[in-house]
Design a protein around this ligand. Structure first.
Ligand code: FAD
Length: 318
């Protein structure tokens, strides 16, 4: 069976959920071989093996933390040359997409970004993408070279699938460009204790209807009762009520959670572009004609200041 390289997103050996989702998809098209780089790379092996990695290629070097993405591209290129995989899968984060694009260019391959599903095909893996502000779903395959595919978080379930996960050291020599841009400082964001927006299984968002920064506490309380991330429309962000890092939409983040709850959001096309692939969509809006109701699975016509606190209290009792 053909091997499929999976780029491992981890923090000091703790594997992030989108990588485990990639392993589920990789098993559909071949045997997953994981590539873990940087501090704690070897510590990822047990988790990766539990989720189907037949092999884990590791390389620890300070360059991965000290410089931007090029050292990681060098390492993935070395892995592609060592394994000759059927495909390379990378999580669709900002960094993942940059790594994938640079890798595809290096190895002369086609690339598919932001896939939401993946299946085996006669002529190579077939990726599903959601395009034109989620108005269409397309299926594509790479017709040149080793397919490089980035996959959006929450596109597949995390599945236990015990495999060997044998650890092998990857032989990497860094290119001249690898140390071209040095990271001179990092400022950690203040932790909210909530899940990362693009990875969260549930997102609770607020829009102009929330009517003020102070009222976002209502949205946060609902999010916390569900263990969800908080999102915001651009109107709410532009008004300074919530940080831009939480904006969902065309010029914000793209999310695809199991459940998306839109509160006081009209459903403009630019907002839909970032959330329309959510599995279940719920909206609370006092205007029964709001366009958001065209795409919801469940809609509540009502004032969010009445509905949301009641919903939060009800969820807390369960
Ligand atoms: P509105 O459209 O004003 O809707 C507010 C809604 O709240 C209304 O439907 C109203 O009925 C309801 N409401 C009011 N009070 C209550 C209440 N008490 N209870 C319940 N409901 C209530 N937008 C994004 O979101 N993300 C983007 O990334 C983005 N990118 C853009 C890029 C470009 C190039 C452009 C031109 C626009 C972009 N926009 C984006 C803006 C987008 O067009 C809309 O203006 C924006 O999404 C509107 O935000 P909203 O739904 O919160 O506000």
């Amino acid at each position: 069976m053909a091997e499929v390289l999976v780029y491992v997103d981890h923090v000091d050996g703790a594997v992030r959920k989108p990588t485990l989702e990639l392993l589920t998809l990789a098993r559909r098209i071949g045997e997953p071989v994981a590539v873990a780089l940087g501090n704690g790379a070897a510590d990822t092996a047990a988790t990766l093996a539990e989720h189907g990695a037949v092999k884990v290629l590791t390389h620890e070097a300070s360059e991965y933390a000290e410089y931007l993405v090029v050292p990681k591209v060098d390492a993935l290129q070395a892995a592609v040359e060592a394994v000759s995989p059927a495909a390379v899968l990378v999580p669709s984060s900002a960094e993942g997409k940059e790594i994938a694009a640079r890798l595809a260019l290096r190895i002369g391959s086609g690339i598919i970004t932001d896939a939401v599903d993946l299946e085996a095909g006669d002529e190579g893996p077939v990726a599903t993408q959601s395009v034109f502000a989620a108005s269409f779903t397309t299926k594509s395959r790479v017709s040149k070279g080793t397919p490089v595919i980035t996959v959006k978080p929450n596109s597949a379930a995390v599945e236990a699938a015990p495999a060997a996960g044998s650890v092998e050291a990857l032989d990497v020599s860094f290119s001249a460009q690898a140390t071209g841009t040095k990271i001179t400082g990092r400022t950690p964001r203040e932790s909210t204790g909530r899940p990362e927006l693009t990875e969260a299984a549930i997102v609770v968002s607020g829009g102009r209807g929330v009517n003020g920064a102070e009222n976002f506490s209502i949205i946060e309380a609902l999010a916390d009762s569900l263990g969800a991330a908080v999102g915001a429309s651009r109107a709410a962000v532009d008004a300074g009520w919530y940080p831009h890092t939480n904006q969902v939409g065309q010029t914000g983040k793209s999310v695809s959670p199991q459940l998306y709850i839109a509160n006081g959001i009209s459903g403009a096309i630019q907002h839909r572009a970032g959330m329309q692939t959510s599995k279940t969509i719920v909206a609370v809006n006092k205007d029964a004609e709001a366009p958001i109701f065209d795409l919801v699975d469940y809609g509540v016509v009502g004032d969010l200041f009445d509905v949301v606190p009641q919903l939060t209290e009800e969820i807390k009792t369960r």
